[in-house]
Ligand binder design. Sequence first.
Ligand code: FAQ
Length: 333
Amino acid sequence: MYTQALNQKDSGPQVAEDPERLARFEARVAAEDKVEPNDWMPEAYRRTLTRQISQHAHSEIVGMLPEGNWITRAPSLRRKAALLAKVQDEGGHGLYLYAAAETLGTSREELVEQLLNGKAKYSSIFNYPTLTWADIGAIGWLVDGAAIMNQIPLCRTSFGPYARAMIRICKEESFHQRQGYEIMLTLCRGTAEQKAMAQDALNRWWWPSLMMFGPPDAQSAHTDQSMRWKIKRFTNDALRQQFVDATVPQGHYLGLTFPDPKLRFDEATQHWQFGEIDWEEFRQVLAGNGPCNRERLEARRKAHDEGAWVRAAALAHAAKRKARLAAQRMAAE
Ligand code: FAQ
């Protein structure tokens, strides 16, 4: 039932909830009490969390692909070791998040199936190609930087397992962001050719990074309800603005120029104002027409098929272990 509902809007099929239970639930959320898997929760709360957490998990897993492309070509052993560790962390984040989503009643197999059959979304950002080594710097600096801005507030999200998973994830993301910025700094202090490579990476990753925060608030289907249930703590536009304010001075420190002629600091609001985001590009990427959508899903499907024997072996091992433990218990009784 939950799986069927996963891709429907929260405003979709409404389950008539018991008003008293609903009021008690809303009072708990308002009092900053954490909701735990065995607690009663409205179906729409379960549905939107399953949607958000599983899409987040898929993003981590698909997000390993653009960087994985550079592990064999990292310019030194130190860079290779750091990138390898980062990509492994992302695999780990996906696993914590699938585990958190499973506590809401949908199995990991079903969630993965939704990714592989194209029904579930994953972050738009991972449908762009990594053309040069500087892209690895730009991903760490901008993509992980945007991810942290969005995810720090999720450490206080109302659903306990998601909030707890996010604490560790955010610590690791912070290392990822720094390693990216350090790559950019090294390139910007290098030769003119290296600095040009860093500038080109910023030019290509800036706008897609701003799109990571999701559609403008006025067009966001889920923000209002998710804010009321304290799943989201800030709106998409508020986080996007925080990211721009934090990142623009970092780019200027690198000596780089942002690909936005309208970018300017507004003394009155103390915020960086930025130009119009190309939401048509965002819609196209979500519709499967980004530069790498097909390639990413094909890579995931191939990895899933090639990993079938690992899953079968793990299940067989678990079954043998369970039988052995049961036999030992029987013998001891
Ligand atoms: N891409 O009503 P809203 C990372 C969809 S992890 C694709 O605003 P919501 C780590 C949205 O799902 C990056 N789809 O939705 C890393 C919904 O569609 P649906 C992932 C998007 O949920 C770094 C529809 O548009 N992070 O980067 C996107 O309230 C480096 C309407 O949108 C998370 O998932 C998008 N950018 O707010 C890994 C964080 N934006 O489901 C490797 C957790 C929106 O109705 C390397 N998620 N959509 O069919 C969130 O905070 C929220 O889900 C938002 C969207 C803010 C992403």
